[in-house]
Write a protein that binds this ligand. Sequence first.
Ligand code: ATP
Length: 313
Amino acid sequence: MGQTLCVCSRNAITIDNKRYYFIQKLDEGGFSYVDLVEGAQDGRFYALKRILCHDREGRQEAQTEVDMHRLFSHPNILSLAGHAFMERGGKSEACLLLPYVSMGSLWSVLEKLRDKNSSTPESRILHILQGICAGLKAIHDKGYAHRDLKPTNVLLEEDDRAVLMDLGSMNRSRIEVRGSREAMTIQDWAAQRCTISYRAPELFSVESHCIIDERTDIWSLGCVLYCMMFLEGPFDLVFQKGDSVALAVQNPVTIPQPCRYSQGLQTLLSSIMVSNPQERPDVDWVLEQIRHLQSAEPPADWAAVWPAGPNVV
Ligand SMILES: Nc1ncnc2c1ncn2[C@@H]1O[C@H](COP(=O)(O)OP(=O)(O)OP(=O)(O)O)[C@@H](O)[C@H]1O
């Protein structure tokens, strides 16, 4: 795995001496094209993600995405079956061969529910959330942050196991900002790499002297949870209307009422979506609350478990 041998014809591609046939186009991301391919040898389906690298920096970014995949072997993080770089007319294209997940993204599942005027049962939400958190925990425990968690970057297996994908924005979890220049660089980077309606408040206006840490992912996790509960992200409408998401994220999240979900789940959502990152919990805390909710035994005193306490609006 991982040699840079890649031969591409119109209907087939060869990576690491193995041939893969194009079946159909799957999707087009902000930075890539994704096709469904079938392995000639193993008969398995794969998603082939092709990233056009415009310059050295682009190639380095694609290489980082490959390296990030390689760091993990975890049921809730998408693995990498192979990769190659293809040179074409002075430009290179990165080809990432990923196991195909047939149910597609969490977003596509939620979209279908919305079209049917349906909703997600609480037990299903908790199950999916638990999987997302398990993947995040693995990333955070290694000292990294995902930085672009959103429903289109979570794939769902048949049994609703969540699989985190698109590791292209990942970097070290702890970023120390020293001065306004560095703050601006990080802010510009976030504007490009962290999807606006799932972006943590501290990334909109980065302070000159601060620490950005993995809790940017916890904010995005809250947005994903909201999306599972209400079938749209909390700031989707703000963004669509052209209003300022940067301003909107400074206010406590409003939970639409009446709400069909338990008070415990609503409290969890409010406890995660806290604008001040210092008051935001870590993934271990969230996992613990999910366990409590799954056993229908919410802790008697939330404030005692997390110092910031619940913040239901
Ligand atoms: N392994 C896979 N199995 C099934 N579908 C996949 C797989 N990988 C990617 N896709 C589909 O392709 C889409 C785009 O993939 P990906 O997010 O990696 O690209 P991207 O260019 O980084 O996108 P964006 O910048 O919009 O997040 C996903 O939302 C998903 O629908």
